[in-house]
Ligand binder design. Structure first.
Ligand code: ZN
Length: 267
């Protein structure tokens, strides 16, 4: 598989070197249409709480659906530690559905990200508190640790913070996101100048929740840390996340934005 990828990249380089415009066209018409453009790795934990595993299974089906036509190769794993750094670097993006690395895999993930890796993290993949004991990850997330959440899971009005960003492309200024558990963070990620908040839970939701109620405060739900090729999406709890075209478009936009900034992919 590695040989195939290298050969593919070599073709692209030759193509660009000959004549950027015309060769690229020719390449698109022949090999480009046939060969996978990149590899993505789904990372999840099937032993997590039921609602997070429900999301995993639906998300795996969703991302598999995006490979129709074999536009890219999709692998999945529950054990990042089984990869070497070089093997991990073959993936343009790691899509973390509900898990974050532990033990030895933390250093591996740090190096992968520090050396240009991509990360699309959903919901519980970013959960951290005073027991997590992983300062690098807190910094990577923009500095926030889990503060509180609504309960039970429910739909929420979300608002776009930057409508000109590729992740929010073609989304309405606000929409009702399907039922999920939403996490609020402290300190608020927006306070970090390296963070760009892309979507937030609207203050019009407050008081938000029935058993566990959030009464106010800044509530970003999708953001990027500009120092990394990463997007965090707070949605990802339960079996309602793939019931809404607007939300699915946001997921695809985020996935695509990470890929198009990977110099090794052919986007
Ligand atoms: Zn949850």
């Amino acid at each position: 598989m590695r040989t195939g990828r290298l050969l593919f990249l070599a073709l692209a380089v030759v193509s660009c070197g000959m004549n950027a415009g015309r060769s690229r066209e020719a390449y698109r018409e022949t090999d480009y249409a046939k060969a996978p453009r990149f590899k993505a790795l789904l990372y999840y934990d099937d032993s997590a709480e039921q609602a997070h595993v429900q999301f995993d299974h639906q998300a795996i089906a969703f991302f598999k659906g995006l490979t129709v036509g074999e536009g890219f190769l999709l692998d999945s794993t529950q054990n990042l530690a089984s990869y070497t750094l070089e093997e991990l670097k073959e993936y343009s993006v790691i899509v973390a559905l509900n898990a974050q690395p532990s033990g030895e895999a933390r250093k591996l993930f740090e190096r992968y990200m520090e050396e240009g890796g991509g990360w699309l993290g959903f919901h519980a993949s970013a959960y951290n508190d005073r027991h997590t004991d992983w300062p690098w990850f807190v910094k990577f997330m923009g500095g926030g640790v889990f503060k509180c959440n609504n309960w039970p899971p429910q739909p929420a009005l979300v608002e776009i913070d930057n409508g000109n960003h590729p992740v929010t492309k073609n989304l309405p200024a606000s929409y009702v996101a399907p039922a999920s558990e939403f996490y609020q963070w402290v300190p608020e990620p927006r306070e970090n100048p390296d963070v760009e908040v892309l979507l937030s839970l609207s203050p019009r939701n407050y008081p938000f929740g029935i058993k566990d109620v959030v009464y106010g405060g800044d509530f970003p739900v999708v953001w990027t840390n500009r120092n990394y090729r990463m997007v965090y999406i707070n949605m990802g709890h339960g079996d309602r996340q793939f019931t809404d075209a607007t939300e699915e478009l946001m997921f695809i936009n985020a996935f695509r934005w990470l890929l198009e900034r990977d110099p090794a992919s052919l986007f």
